[in-house]
Design a binder for this molecule. Structure first.
Ligand code: NIG
Ligand code: FE
Length: 414
């Protein structure tokens, strides 16, 4: 048999699925199929075969890697990031340490509007360079696909600039990129909310839609940001231009974000730090993917989503990073998994399903990635030596990936 790349001697192929393209929900989230002592082959950038070492056919491989007892995982799919930004915001970090809340910092000229001022001044070239650097960082930690939102522009021109940068990063890096228009991230300085909502629905959404630069539309549904009614109107307008909604919901308060996400048929409702019975019932009656962003809850000192309860009620759960300068200045997915296990009491199996198959589904990438499946893209992590799968989220803060392979090519190697 010929192939481009052959990996032998894997301690286990993790998340091996003959075929699986739907959400992983409820009890099934705790099932993580592992094929022990195995090989895997890659051809034309895709997984061409795998099986136990005992029955390995003889291969004519262009390149071989001996995994030497390491695990092989599918790469992570990070379904929520704000990867394009001009500058970090560590000055707010100090304010937070001294006790100011996210909302108080925003009132003092920090927050999203601070990032928006900096982004408007930044050149497209400098943004591409900074974002590529972050792309490299998340690839090294095992991410293979990423959703990138705009939302620090808040004018048509700057929002389009962000979306062009995101698309460009998808061309220049081996990451698979999906883009989201988040013009409704905050109301720009000196404008009334009704006026901005009108501008969004009448001018910005049609222009972004026609540009083809955004795959999805997002709204920060929150007290002091956008109301559920505005969220639904903005999301529905986005749908008219081919952008499916994914919603920032229930981060700071039970402000109706989850119900708004359900009402507009969003692919996901993200954050969910503030949840009650009604929100959970609403999710159960829908196909909206509940998405936890444990890095942001950790960084802001917020409560974590009631993940155990959601899963025990049969819901699926996704986990993403929310990489952004204000509430989660890292996109390290292995760290997000550790936080999910430690703070949200997810099992390692649940955390891996949440950050591979379930996130892939929300980005329409379920036929391309999220599991080790014949025909899917060869987006693979060869881990550092570890005695078990559980060891990886247990050893929080330690790098998980030794070698990362994206679309069949080795992109990092130790
Ligand atoms: O997902 N909540 C809104 N947006 C981001 C934070 C943005 C910022 O502070 O720059 C989030 O946490
Ligand atoms: Fe976010």
């Amino acid at each position: 048999v010929t192939c481009d790349l052959l990996i032998t001697g894997a301690k286990g192929l993790v998340q091996v699925r003959e075929s699986h393209y739907g959400p992983v929900a409820g009890k099934a989230m705790d099932e993580l199929p592992v094929m022990p002592d195995a090989w895997i082959s890659v051809s034309n950038g895709r997984i061409s075969g795998y099986g136990p070492m005992s029955g390995m056919p003889s291969f004519n491989a262009k390149k071989k890697i001996d995994a030497q007892g390491r695990f092989v995982f599918p790469s992570f799919v990070d379904s929520h990031t704000h990867l394009v930004f001009a500058a970090s915001r560590e000055e707010e970090f100090e304010m937070k340490i001294k006790g100011l809340s996210y909302q108080e910092i925003a009132k003092r000229g920090g927050g999203i509007l601070n990032s928006a001022r900096k982004l408007r001044e930044a050149s497209e070239e400098s943004l591409i360079e900074a974002t590529l650097q972050r792309a490299k960082e998340i690839i090294t930690s095992g991410t293979g696909a990423v959703e990138i939102k705009s939302g620090y522009g808040l004018t048509l021109e700057s929002e389009l600039k962000m979306l062009r940068v995101a698309r460009k990063v998808g061309e220049l890096s081996p990451l698979t990129v999906r883009t989201t228009f988040l013009g409704a991230h905050a109301v720009p300085d000196g404008m009334s909310r009704p006026h901005y909502v009108k501008q969004l629905t009448e001018e910005m959404i049609p222009a972004v839609g026609e540009s083809g630069l955004a795959d999805y539309i997002d709204v920060f549904c929150e007290e002091g940001f956008f109301s559920p009614e505005e969220t639904i109107a903005i999301a529905n307008r986005g749908k008219e231009f081919g952008m499916k909604p994914r919603i920032h919901a229930n981060q700071l308060a039970r402000s109706g974000g989850v119900q708004a996400a359900v009402a507009c048929g969003a692919v996901s409702a993200d954050h969910l730090e503030q949840m009650g019975d009604e929100e959970i019932e609403a999710l159960k009656s829908s196909d909206v993917m509940p998405t936890a962003l444990p890095g942001a809850a950790f960084f802001l000192g917020l409560p974590y989503p009631p993940a155990r309860r959601m899963i025990s009620e049969g819901l699926p759960l996704a986990i993403a990073s929310d990489f952004n300068p204000g509430s989660c200045p890292t996109g390290n997915m292995p760290l997000m998994l550790s936080l999910a296990c430690i703070a949200m009491k997810l099992t390692p199996a649940e955390a891996f399903n949440a950050s591979t198959l379930n996130t892939a589904l929300t980005l329409g990438l379920e036929r391309e990635m999220g599991s080790i499946t014949r025909g899917k893209l060869a987006n693979l992590i060869i881990t550092r030596p570890a005695p078990s799968v559980t060891h990886l989220p247990y050893a929080f803060g330690s790098p998980m990936a030794d070698t990362v392979i994206l679309k069949g090519s080795i992109v990092t190697a130790s």
